[in-house]
Every structure is written in C-alpha cells, then in structure tokens.
Design a protein around this ligand. Structure first.
Ligand SMILES: [Zn+2]
Length: 242
C-alpha cells in the first residue's frame, strides 16, 4: 500500500534521481505517497560535459542550467519537495556538517523508505561516497544516543539502492522491481529536461523496457511494460512469503 508512505530520495547529482528512480517517484506520488528529494550537488564538474563544450562557459552558468533542468524534471514527475545543497562534485566531500543536516531531515521527515545510490558504482566515485554517507546517517538516525535537538530517533526504515550505469561491472543485483508502466511517459518527459546528458535518455528508456521484461517474467504479470530495479540493503521480514 503506497498511500501515506513517506519516501526520501538522496541523489548525488542533479539528474541521478530521474534516471534511476524517476518512474518510482512519480508512481509513488500518483498513489498518494509523500516524497522528498535531496540533491547534494548539481554535478557541475562531473556530469555536465556537453555544457562545457560551449565557448565561454562558466561553473556558475553550468550550475544554473543544471539546477533549472532538475527543477523542471522534478515538476514533471510531480515532486513538490526538492532541495539542492549545492555541494562541489568530483570530488564530493561529505563531512560532519552534511551528516548533521541529513540526520535532521531523516528525523523530521521520518521516511518509511530511502532510495539512494547502491554500494558500488565503478564509474562514479561520488555515487559511492553518497551511498556510504546515506547508509551511515540512516543507521545513526535510529540510535537514541545520537542526539539531535528536538528530534527523536527513528526506527529502521527500508533502504534501496539505485541501479548503477554499468550494472554488471558494479556487481549490482536487482532485489526489487517497481512497475512504472502507469507513469512511464512522465519519466521520459522528465529525462528530456537534461540537455547535457542526451545520450542517457535512450539508455534509460531501453533500461526501463529491459527491466519491464524481467519484472513481467518474474511476476507473471503481463501488464508490466516498464520497470526500475533497486538493490535491497536489507532482506524482507514478514510472517509469510509473498
Ligand atoms: Zn551522479
């Protein structure tokens, strides 16, 4: 049951949450969830190559364009709650100050689910740092001994990892598939906002179709056309098998 669920998405760069979980976010919003997205960096240095080919380009202009694209994509997915921290990327430094900030978000928003980068991405060191950062902060948030003024400790929420770009090289194994067929056109429209990474649009439409095929085969549900896959940080605990 999605209605009433609280989903927190932590994205290293401006477009990661769209490529890797845009369909899931739109699907959750469509079915009554509350979604909050945190973009740690807009990816000026590491994920804006096409923009840097323009003569006279500056970091300020690239940041402005990327933030604008991300805001537009978020609106197309139905996201109303998104924040941009504006950290430098390549390399990204995540220290105590950032950890305290995320801890406050986790303890005030109190997510049932957190989506973020999985533990290994061979092509992007920022993604690995963000995985470690979010995982560590989410676990710390459950501990009453870690004090944050005005906020109580959380209970263990579910954590899921984005599928990295080079799936096999990064050792990624899908643990969950989310059917995004009902919001697929929204995801495509959101992906088209990112003009500096046009090559990824076809890649991620193909990926949605491939994962849709796998999800259909595994579930026996013939209505699934498109899906996104995620790694499960923790096993499912229940009183019965599903
Ligand atoms: Zn990224």
């Amino acid at each position: 049951m999605i209605e009433g669920k609280r989903l927190l998405v932590v994205s290293a760069h401006a477009a990661d949450y769209v490529w890797r979980s845009g369909g899931t976010i739109a699907h959750y919003l469509k079915h009554g969830a509350q979604v909050k997205v945190v973009c740690l960096s807009v990816g000026v240095r590491g994920e804006s190559n096409d923009l840097w080919k323009q003569p006279g380009q500056t970091a300020e202009k690239v940041a402005e364009i990327r933030t604008g694209e991300s805001e537009k994509a978020a609106a197309l997915l139905g996201i109303q709650d998104i924040e941009f921290w504006g950290l430098q990327d390549y390399p990204m430094t995540l220290g105590m100050q950032e950890q305290e900030r995320l801890l406050r978000i986790i303890r005030s928003f109190r997510p049932d689910i957190i989506l973020t980068h999985d533990r290994n991405d061979v092509l992007n060191p920022d993604h690995n740092h963000v995985h470690e950062f979010v995982w560590q902060t989410a676990i710390m948030s459950n501990s009453s001994g870690v004090e944050t003024d005005g906020f109580k400790a959380t209970k263990q929420m579910r954590l899921y990892g984005f599928e990295p770009h080079q799936t096999e090289l990064s050792g990624f194994v899908p643990g969950s598939f989310i059917d995004i067929t009902d919001v697929y056109e929204q995801k495509v429209a959101a992906m088209q906002c990112f003009q500096a990474q046009k090559h990824l649009i076809k890649y991620y439409t193909d990926r949605a179709s491939l994962r849709g095929n796998h999800a259909r085969r595994i579930s026996g549900d013939a209505s699934i056309e498109y899906a996104e896959s995620f790694a499960n940080f923790f096993p499912v605990v229940d009183t019965e098998f599903h």
